[in-house]
Design a protein around this ligand. Structure first.
Ligand code: HEC
Ligand code: HEC
Length: 136
């Protein structure tokens, strides 16, 4: 009898927790939309964004936290990707602009804002796997 009651209490707790999780999830959360894009296309897909960002990591030999800061609100995102607090991110944005311009002006390669065209030069051309190409 006591055993059964315990089981019921645990079950009830589990259901309660699950319901709570569903209730706290904001509606329309499925489709990601980015908050602070100034160079890349605002309607860029998650796949395109990941492809671009992971390539930057590789080309510079860094991780995401080289440019992005951990989220301050621990109940929200673990990384605050939208924040421009780190200087490296602000420089990287200019580098993105510069690199797109170099392709267009000097190599006649028009880069779209989702970087689906293969660029003639990209971060790796100068960085070669280092965060600062001129100070190894
Ligand atoms: C060298 C710097 C750098 C690194 C490393 C980097 N990012 Fe970014 N990230 C940027 C810049 C710059 C932007 C803003 C681009 C713009 O303004 O169009 C950005 C934007 C983003 C955004 C959009 C945020 C928003 O809501 O506006 C996401 C998501 C993101 N990065 C994820 C990642 C992930 C995941 C990684 C690691 C795989 C990563 N980034 C590594 C520089 C970086
Ligand atoms: C034409 C060569 C060139 C290209 C292309 C290039 N960079 Fe750079 N980048 C540099 C140089 C040189 C520096 C160092 C500038 C300095 O020391 O002030 C630098 C510095 C940086 C820094 C600052 C590092 C720090 O610790 O202060 C970031 C971030 C960066 N680049 C990101 C990128 C990204 C992302 C791309 C591709 C979208 C890119 N760069 C493409 C030449 C380039």
């Amino acid at each position: 009898m006591l055993r059964n009651r315990k089981t019921i209490t645990i079950l009830a707790l589990l259901i309660f927790t699950a319901a709570g999780n569903i209730a706290t999830k904001p509606p329309g959360d499925e489709k990601e939309s980015y908050k602070n894009l100034k160079v890349l296309a605002k309607d860029i897909s998650e796949d395109d964004m990941e492809r671009i960002m992971y390539r930057i990591n590789k080309d510079l030999g860094v991780t995401c936290l080289h440019c992005h800061i951990p989220g301050k609100d621990t109940t929200e995102l673990r990384v605050d990707f939208a924040s421009d607090e780190k200087k490296e991110k602000r420089v990287a944005r200019d580098m993105l602009k510069m690199t797109m311009k170099l392709n267009k002006k000097y190599f006649n390669t028009i880069i779209d804002k989702k970087i689906t065209v293969q660029p003639t030069i990209w971060c790796r051309t100068c960085h070669r796997g280092f965060p600062r190409p001129n100070r190894r």
